[in-house]
Design a protein around this ligand. Sequence first.
Ligand SMILES: Cc1ncc(COP(=O)(O)O)c(C=O)c1O
Length: 368
Amino acid sequence: MNQQQHSIIPLAEPWLPPSCAEAVSRQIETSFVGPGPTAQSFASRLAQVCDVAAAVPVSSGTVALSIAAQALGLRPGDEVIVPAYGVISVINAFGVIGLRPRLAEIDAATGCIDPKRLGEAITKDTRAVVYVDFCGSIGDDLDEVAAICADRGVPLIEDAAWALGRGRPGRRGGSFGQIGTISFSVPKILTTGQGGAVLAHDEAQRDAAIAAADQGDVDWRRTNLNKSIGSNLRLSDLAAALGNAELDQIEERWARKRSAYSILAKHLGERLFRAADGDVPMQHIIFVERPDDVVSQLKSQGILAARQYRPMYHHPPYEALRDRDFKASEFWFAHSVYLPFGVGLTEEGADRIGVAVQRLNCRFMSPS
Ligand SMILES: Cc1ncc(COP(=O)(O)O)c(C=O)c1O
């Protein structure tokens, strides 16, 4: 009997088959545990998977976003546009380095920036737009946002935190903007516990990202001289060994996601959120009238659902950014519930969640 038939189903359980432990153990045997050759091989493989010039592994997806902005030449005080609804990391990454975030409304149907409303957010001072591939989606709206940015001469940062290994023929997630980023935190398709990467489109970006992650200077380990100030934000070989093992399984990991989603969809049909690109959304989302009630009803059955995000301007440091109506963001905050979605979710677990949600005493809502 599978564990998830009766035990607690966590919100985002990772999937770490024995080959992951074996890879980490082999790495330990080499005694290279700090940043070194394995992190470099992980970087090369990531660049191939994402079809970009180079990848620079770093300590988190949040740090990757900060570094991406710096690699584009953004400086404190510069304006950057981020989606109005989503994980706090996407705005903090820029606030923490002194940039001035501005909000773009999302499309309630996709969870991504709404291309029709991007124009009202861009100002003459905008220096970058950040598009999040929400739930890993690489939809047509991404092309629309990229076209608007190109038209306005504003660089696009593609936050592909959830989209590793996704894309469409000839175009990989993380490669659509002027620079891209990924996260390897626990809920993602590939996790190194914590970690992330900057996806660079040329050597200058790569060197700027390496410098930003390694004491501010790409050459200091050779020259013993640091030409600018920086921090240490690199990924270790130990983490990269785990990353390489999971890259070997990337198709299998997505296949697990697709099979869990299809079981849930059999129970929930149109009530289950669909990604704009038609592929499986990384997170399993429903919309209900009273989300707190649903979360607690599911919790009483051992199913750990959650109300995941807020509009950015709900957080005190960003209150002043509520300068227009953000009805779609408010809808997502008021009505979305995130059902368990980790790569570790089994088919039996997905079935149990589907049955439990069907039996809920609740009113479902539609985002569009
Ligand atoms: C869309 C998005 N961007 C960035 C991040 C930040 O990644 P990390 O948690 O690795 O710092 C996250 C984290 O969940 C995310 O969902």
